[in-house]
Write a protein that binds this ligand. Structure first.
Ligand SMILES: [Zn+2]
Length: 229
């Protein structure tokens, strides 16, 4: 049986952001400024935009790795298109895609000027970051993102549990069990962990599960109350 680890899409997308920021630093150390103030430079806002485009390109095309790849490069080339050198041929065609250029072509209209694009990258930036994109658009990595899942729920459940049972404070085994049960139950029932189960909900679940009555010592009482957020 082959077991392969699924990548968390948010973490993979974050890797792109980190890679782009590192590229800016690396270039700066060689005396090349690609993250400056001029138009088309790799500032923080285009980095965040590119990261979001990347995440969306993967998510919208799950589980088709080739489509993910095309969409990733479309987002990069679209963003580095200029009036003189449009690079819109990887963008989705038709009358309703996100790409203004392809949309205009499909409607038999003249595309508006590239200078109105909100996020744009210079040719120099494209040149510097292309290899990083190739690394993050490889089949093997994208193949591990085929369900488009994130670890948000998992991380969220950890934070709920650690909030209610801080690592620094001693909690009873029973309280720990209650907190874990409450977090899991909340997630199973609602798919969200925004609010922990109330004390009475916990008691019901716990009693039903263990056929035991929950006693109510003062300290536990106060800690369980904190589940209400
Ligand atoms: Zn485009």
């Amino acid at each position: 049986m082959k077991i392969s680890k699924e990548e968390c899409l948010n973490h993979v997308a974050k890797r792109l952001g980190t890679g782009l920021r590192n590229k800016v630093k690396e270039c700066r150390s060689k005396g090349v400024i690609i993250g400056g103030r001029i138009d088309g430079s790799l500032k923080e806002s285009p980095i965040l935009k590119l990261t979001n485009f990347y995440r969306k390109a993967v998510k919208d095309n799950v589980p088709d790795v080739q489509k993910m790849k095309t969409a990733i490069f479309a987002s990069l080339f679209h963003t580095s298109s200029t009036e003189k050198a449009p690079k819109q041929n990887k963008c989705p065609t038709g009358v309703t895609p996100w790409c203004f250029y392809q949309r205009a072509l499909a409607n038999n209209e003249k595309p508006k000027s590239h200078s109105s694009m909100k996020t744009m990258l210079s040719e120099q930036v494209l040149e510097k970051i292309l290899s990083g994109y190739q690394r993050l658009a490889n089949n093997e990595l994208l193949g591990r993102c085929v369900s488009g899942k994130t670890q948000n729920v998992n991380e969220s459940s950890h934070s709920v549990i650690w909030n209610n049972c801080p690592k620094e404070t001693f909690v009873s085994k029973k309280q720990l069990e209650l907190t874990v049960i409450s977090a899991i139950d909340k997630w199973m029932k609602t798919g969200t962990l925004k609010r922990g189960a109330s004390r009475s909900e916990i008691q019901t679940i716990y009693s039903a599960d263990t056929k035991m009555t929950v006693d109510q010592p003062g300290d536990d009482d106060e800690n369980v109350q904190r589940c209400r957020h």
